[in-house]
Design a binder for this molecule. Structure first.
Ligand code: QUE
Length: 349
């Protein structure tokens, strides 16, 4: 029998979830999300489990996102499997968000998209020098889901909007600045840290202090004021205009990056963060994101983005419409519109 894509077991008083799909950088499948949900539900009621530890197997990880090829194949036909994936994944994100026991995520590597949905709701989020964080979805005509509407809209100085629109990759010190990570530990010490948490889960906070390394200075701090000023606009078009007016090297760089992203899903992300900021709770935000996901997977830009970035790797997607000015509000309204009541997302009962 081949190994499972996610390994769940109890060690000592710790429920352990290990992502184990190294050939795809631990990108999440529907089945992996189901298995994690089942384990978390069993451990929630189990007095033998005090804490949950989430990590990945092998050298490269933590989690690159979702199973994008499956989503694109489904989106090109009836979209049923894609919607099922989002439904199950968002329930898992919500379960982790409201989980009554402490959770620790070891983000020792690439942490993008779906990986953020697993790590961000954890009480302890450990970054290493190998951590690369991003919400890169607008680069493939998708949107920063798994709670992005909630988390990104609550970051100071429009830094979350900057992450969402540009898909910027950031390192550990920036993750700490944005509270995407709570701690920094050198990757060489991670095996020892995990063993110590399994041995003494009640001392997790103290252990993390003992293992704490120096993440260095956050590179982002240098541009924080500029982002606060230039990403404050009331639309994607206004932000682009502000970047054009600024005329600095950094602003020109941002314009070049934005020019490679899907105009339609940049505008989706902008509206998603506006609505997410006002959501009354995390569940309401996830129901909104599910409506978006259900529509966006079947649209041209997602299928074209996956073709260009993941399948053919020509990195030359032909977005339609080609500019944000040409994206009409009626299309956005349709993407955000309620679904038939029996198709809406709901949290686990
Ligand atoms: C945007 C994304 C993803 C991405 C690239 C993007 C994503 C994702 C992967 C990915 C990367 C490596 C793999 C893999 C998937 O890349 O969600 O299976 O081996 O999973 O620009 O949203």
């Amino acid at each position: 029998m081949s190994e499972p894509d996610v390994i769940t077991r109890i060690e000592g008083r710790v429920g352990r979830i290990t992502l184990n799909r190294p050939q795809a950088l631990h990108a999440l499948t529907t089945d992996m999300c189901r298995r994690m949900t089942e384990a978390l539900l069993a451990w929630r009621e189990d007095p033998a489990v005090d804490l949950v530890l989430i990590d990945h197997s092998g050298e490269r990880g933590f989690c690159a996102g979702g199973d994008i090829r499956m989503l694109a194949e489904s989106g090109a036909s009836d979209g049923k499997l894609a919607r099922e994936f989002f439904f199950v994944e968002y329930r898992l994100n919500h379960l982790l968000f409201n989980y009554p026991k402490p959770r620790v995520a070891i983000m020792d590597g690439v942490t993008m998209g779906g990986g953020v949905g697993l790590s961000r709701p954890c009480r302890f989020r450990v970054a290493t020098e190998r951590t690369t964080f991003a919400m890169p979805e607008t680069g493939i005509g998708l949107f920063p889901d798994v709670g992005g509407g909630w988390y990104l809209s609550r970051m100071p100085d429009h830094l979350g909007l900057w992450l969402a629109l540009t898909g910027a990759r950031i390192k550990a010190a920036d993750c700490e600045l944005l509270q995407l990570a709570t701690d920094y530990v050198e990757s060489a010490r991670i095996p020892e840290l995990k063993a110590a948490i399994v041995a003494e889960p009640e001392r997790t906070e103290a252990l993390l202090t003992e293992f704490e390394g120096d993440a260095g200075r956050p590179a982002l701090a240098q541009h924080q004021d500029e982002i606060a000023r230039l990403f404050a606009g009331e639309s994607v078009e206004a932000i682009i205009a502000a970047l054009e007016t600024a005329g600095t090297d950094w602003s020109r760089e941002q314009l070049k990056v934005l020019a490679t992203k899907s105009p339609q899903t940049m505008k989706v992300a902008f509206r998603q963060l506006q609505l997410g900021a006002k959501a009354k709770d995390f569940a309401q935000n996830m129901a909104m994101e599910y409506r978006i996901g259900a529509r966006v997977v079947q649209r041209h830009d997602f299928l074209e983005g996956v073709r260009a970035v993941i399948v053919d790797k020509d990195n030359a997607p032909k977005w339609d419409p080609p500019t944000p000015y040409a994206v009409d509000e009626a299309t956005l309204d349709a993407i955000f519109a309620p679904l038939p009541s029996d198709e809406e997302w709901s949290p686990l009962p």
